[in-house]
Design a protein around this ligand. Structure first.
Ligand code: ADP
Ligand code: MG
Ligand code: ZN
Length: 671
């Protein structure tokens, strides 16, 4: 072992854990490894592959990762290859040749390949002696990187009947159970679980106040070093990269919307240069192997504590000090919630993702020690770390159990049907059209709306409440929430997050829960349009505009134009897609006169006439008295077989003929 480590891999000694793991794998045991990023998991199957007879098959989720490993191994003189969706026929036949000569030692396979019968045939024919599953958490449906094809690995192991080694950096207790069940079946693997602690990374969180300055100030303190800024949206990566470049740093954006050649280029530059900043979505960094990344900034709240851990784990792999800063806000939380709600997952998964979001919220509003909280989540216990912002500067706290109790009871009394906004309105005694007075009405005047919101957020951070799966914006008690009500123990909350909550923030009391559903759809549409053209979604429409749209529900272009924030350009570009969302009317909402025409040629004419009518309702110049025609008149005209101006004008009558006559004739003639 030591010989191969020195001579083939050119490494002096094993990293902690490697020796024991490698011994077990060489001996042909089933092995399950959970070790933090950067601890050298690859060697744990690469070295055994050389010692053991036959071929080792490695399943790995990312082509880029596989390719860089293959390149690295080939440089070391190891006979290896990769089968991916982008392998050319030439490459495939080279691998097959190598296989039949039994010369190949390591073969990387993309999980997608496992669903092909031909791949299984190839694998059966080769003398495979070991399966290695990298990033094994991808098999877990509860995980954040689920790859359905990873589920095929369990059968592959049974078919080939060879030992399997599974490796991952991120596995909470539940994911560990899943991995064991799905990959090892009834075999009990020898498990190596190593500590999650990365003591050299300083952990810190800040509420967003002026995010741009917060990021620039941070980068200024850490200049001339490599770092990554993670953002929640593609558009934002470009904006922040530009901002950094403007003040003289070299920064590059990276996200899934870029050409793959551009992405490869960014990856290569980042690996080779030492003062480059990458501004990326989470697509950047899986398996990234740069030891001297000095800092990670999260420009937005990550979606879960697992994501957070994996992303900050990319810094300071050389063991020298590194810093992680995370910015967060109530809007971030709302955005993440919405992402979950609009996803295509089944309900339990959504609920689980809300739970994981709750845990990262809890970490950001934490009062004790961030590392203790983080490691506690992964099942490790420490006292405190002395290397996080809370250990350095303890936060002021307040005892919140009375307020928590009030909110929980209020949620129960309103049958878990109220949104957060309406719970707060109830407590502070503000009537909306929805709120019926009950015994809680006006009983929470000790705090203002924003303060209540901060308490509710921290309650989510303790996972006492979650968004309800029943839809709308209602919230529901978790098991812990119910337990709190029976046991009532003291809970300290962060006073800072309570006092300094963003002044800009307004609770959306303006909008009823019914309109809220429409608003969500409008927002989703906005984001889709924004992603497509790589601009931030508020460049399309600001939230205030979307809210007005959801309330007023414009039926046509004219009404759409009346919404504040809609100018002529945006009207042209975006009105159709938003109007379609607002006006997806079920057929029975159509006027009877129009419904009779469904399916016939007149239906099309009718709609054109209606459209022309609404354009001309206020005259050509838009300033005259409003005139409209009844649906039955429009229907009558739409059915004319030999239309002339006289016939149309007769049907319309004098005033209407003057306004619409010509235009209507044109439509009929055009048809
Ligand atoms: P992981 O998969 O656990 O994130 P990798 O296998 O990618 O980690 O290894 C991270 C880095 O550590 C790589 O650059 C690798 O070459 C290096 N490495 C692995 N084992 C050793 C060792 N025994 N001594 C020195 N460097 C090592
Ligand atoms: Mg790895
Ligand atoms: Zn600490």
């Amino acid at each position: 072992m030591k010989n191969i480590l020195n001579s083939t891999f050119g490494l002096k000694s094993f990293k902690p854990g490697q020796k024991e793991i490698i011994q077990s794998v060489i001996r042909g045991k089933d092995v399950f490894v959970v070790m933090p990023t950067g601890s050298g998991k690859s060697l744990c199957y690469q070295l055994p592959a050389l010692v053991r007879e036959g071929l080792t098959v490695v399943i790995s989720p990312l082509i880029a990762l596989m390719m860089s490993q293959v390149l690295y191994l080939k440089k070391l003189g190891i006979n290896c290859g990769a089968l991916t969706s982008s392998s050319s026929p030439g490459e495939v036949s080279e691998i097959l040749d190598n296989l039949s000569q039994k010369a190949l030692k390591i073969l990387y396979i993309a999980p997608e390949r496992l669903s092909k019968a031909s791949t299984i045939k190839i694998l059966k024919a080769g003398n495979i002696n070991l399966i290695a599953v990298d990033e094994a958490h991808c098999v877990s449906q509860w995980g954040h990187d689920f790859r359905p094809n990873y589920l095929l690995i369990g059968n592959l192991r049974k078919t080939l009947n060879v030992p399997l080694v599974a490796l991952t950096a991120t596995a909470g207790p539940r994911t560990k159970i899943e991995i064991t069940k799905l990959l090892f079946g009834n075999n009990k693997p020898k498990s190596f679980f190593f500590g999650y602690d990365r003591p050299n990374i300083f952990m810190s969180f800040q509420l967003k106040s002026s995010p741009r300055d917060q990021i620039l100030n941070f980068v200024k303190k850490n200049k001339q070093t490599s770092g990554i800024v993670y953002c929640a949206t593609r558009a934002k990566t470009e904006i922040i990269a530009n901002a950094l470049n403007e003040v003289g740093y070299s920064a590059l954006a990276y996200h899934a919307g870029l050409e793959s050649s551009v992405r490869r280029n960014v990856e290569a530059l980042f690996s080779s240069k030492d003062n480059l900043i990458i501004v990326a979505t989470i697509a950047f960094g899986m398996g990234l192997d740069k030891p001297n990344i000095r800092w990670i900034v999260h420009a937005d709240l990550p979606q879960s504590i697992e994501n957070y851990y994996q992303e900050i784990g990319r810094a300071g792999r050389d063991g020298k000090p590194a810093i992680a800063l995370t910015l967060y806000s109530q809007e971030d939380i709302d955005f993440r919630r919405q992402q979950i709600n609009e996803g295509t997952m089944i309900e339990v998964q959504k609920d689980l993702n809300h739970q994981r979001l709750n845990h990262i919220i809890g970490l950001s509003d934490d009062i004790d020690c961030r590392r203790k909280n983080l490691l506690g989540y992964f099942g490790e216990d420490i006292v405190s770390c002395k290397n996080c912002d809370l250990c350095k500067n303890p936060k002021d706290t307040f005892e919140a159990s009375k307020s928590i109790q009030k909110i929980l009871e209020c949620i129960i009394l309103t049958n878990e049907k109220y949104s957060i906004a309406n719970i707060i309105n109830l407590l502070t005694g503000q009537l909306t059209d929805k709120i019926k007075k009950n015994k809680f009405f006006g009983t929470g005047k000790e705090f203002n709306n924003l303060q209540w919101l901060a308490i509710i957020r921290q309650m989510m951070g303790k996972d006492l409440i979650r968004p309800s799966l029943k839809g709308g914006n209602s919230i529901t008690l978790t098991v812990q929430g119910k337990m709190f009500l029976t046991n009532k123990y003291p809970i300290n909350f962060n006073l800072d997050s309570f006092n300094k909550i963003s002044k800009k923030l307004k609770i959306k009391t303006l909008i009823s829960d019914d309109d809220q559903a429409l608003l969500s759809m409008l927002k989703a549409n906005c984001r889709k349009l924004a992603e497509n053209s790589n601009i931030p979604s508020h460049f399309i429409f600001r939230e205030a505009t979307l809210i007005e749209m959801a309330i007023k529900k414009p039926k046509n272009i004219d009404e759409f134009f009346m919404i504040r924030g809609v100018g002529p350009k945006k009207l042209e570009k975006f009105s159709a897609s938003f109007l379609n969302i607002i006006n997806v009317l079920p057929p029975d909402a159509l006027h009877p006169a129009r419904r009779k025409l469904i399916g016939g040629p007149s239906a099309y004419i009718y709609d054109q006439l209606i459209e022309a009518q609404s354009k001309l309702a206020y005259g050509k110049d838009g300033y005259q008295k409003k005139i409209t025609c009844s649906p039955s008149i429009i229907a009558k005209i739409s059915k004319l077989i030999n239309p002339t101006q006289t016939i149309i004008n007769n049907i319309l009558g004098e005033k209407k003929a003057l306004r619409f006559g010509k235009e209507f004739l044109k439509i009929l003639k055009d048809f």
